[in-house]
Design a protein around this ligand. Sequence first.
Ligand SMILES: Nc1nc2c(ncn2[C@@H]2O[C@H](COP(=O)(O)OP(=O)(O)OP(=O)(O)O)[C@@H](O)[C@H]2O)c(=O)[nH]1
Ligand SMILES: [Zn+2]
Length: 361
Amino acid sequence: MVGRRYDERDVRIRPGRGSRPRTKRRPEHADARTAMVVAVDRGRYTVLLDPGGADETRVLAMKARELGRERVAPGDLVDVVGDTTGAEGSLARIVRIGERRTVLRRTADDTDPVERVIVANADRLVIVTALAEPEPRTRMIDRCVAAAYDAGMEVLLALTKGDLADPGVLTALYAPIGVEVVVTRRRVDPMTGERTIEGLDELRDALAGDVSVLVGHSGVGKSTLVNALVPDARRAVGVVNDVTGRGRHTSTSAVALEVPGAGAPTWVIDTPGVRSFGLAHVDPAHLLGAFADLDEVAQECPRGCTHLADSPDCALDDWVADAPDDTVRAARAARLDSFRRLLVSRLGVEDEPDRDGARGR
Ligand SMILES: Nc1nc2c(ncn2[C@@H]2O[C@H](COP(=O)(O)OP(=O)(O)OP(=O)(O)O)[C@@H](O)[C@H]2O)c(=O)[nH]1
Ligand SMILES: [Zn+2]
């Protein structure tokens, strides 16, 4: 279990620039209603009033000028004013961004010079990885785990195509660092030829009551999972492009979709545009905080210790060596290795070959 940390960088809600008298704004904002941002598309925000409730209303909104350059991300809880009827052609205004419980961000890179909040308030990152076709890329998984732990989110590894390969190796690699693993596989009914996905109920149970962000490379079966979890996913993303048959939002940003039948309000946020996480913003100390046991041991490290494998006198190495027996030693070594892998992944370059030699795509 990862402790959810709150970071001061997460909230930068400034009072509006005081050109208008306060008294004029106050009554207006007193009417504000809280809504959840489900999609962002070129300055237009789709928000839900009473998300998941009986009075759920889909409203299109824009950012009020007083928010300035403040970014609004899918998953944000915002206050909206103005026309919140959701009627055709109506446009509400977002006047406040609520405090964020978690923030999944991406470092600025060559293609995009701005550090972006990808998703706010998500509980969990679901890394969708095929066991074969395409081959799993542990480097990419490591980077996602590091990003999630830095964001204060839990991690679930959804291993798809379990009908094609065994999940044993990957499970052994990630279970020691608190990653929950669910395997799904396609089954084709020999009589009817009907295709179903096994493991879906287990996945839905794991997600129940939470907001989960799904990431995965092309071809891993992410759409298959999303469509199975959210039968009307296509309709939910809004405008469908006649040519591509895809929701218009899918090309631009993350979209939050409600998962029916999970018992409690449950959301998945699909991130079609997110192919990678730049991790330069991830602070090693922050990452260490996601591993309570290691964090405690590392208090004994020499000043400035990087905790990497080549760091002299790292207390984490003593902790492994001093284990009371072989079983504990093996468990500690596995956990330390995994933590170091995440530390290194932070420094790595996106398109380097995987550790196992597979080429990044
Ligand atoms: N054998 C097998 N094939 C699967 C399974 N799940 C999905 N596939 C196939 O894998 C291919 C890719 O699945 P998608 O769901 O389109 O993958 P995606 O990750 O959404 O990829 P993009 O649409 O390119 O982003 C499709 O041909 C699926 O039919 C599975 O459990 N087993
Ligand atoms: Zn150390």
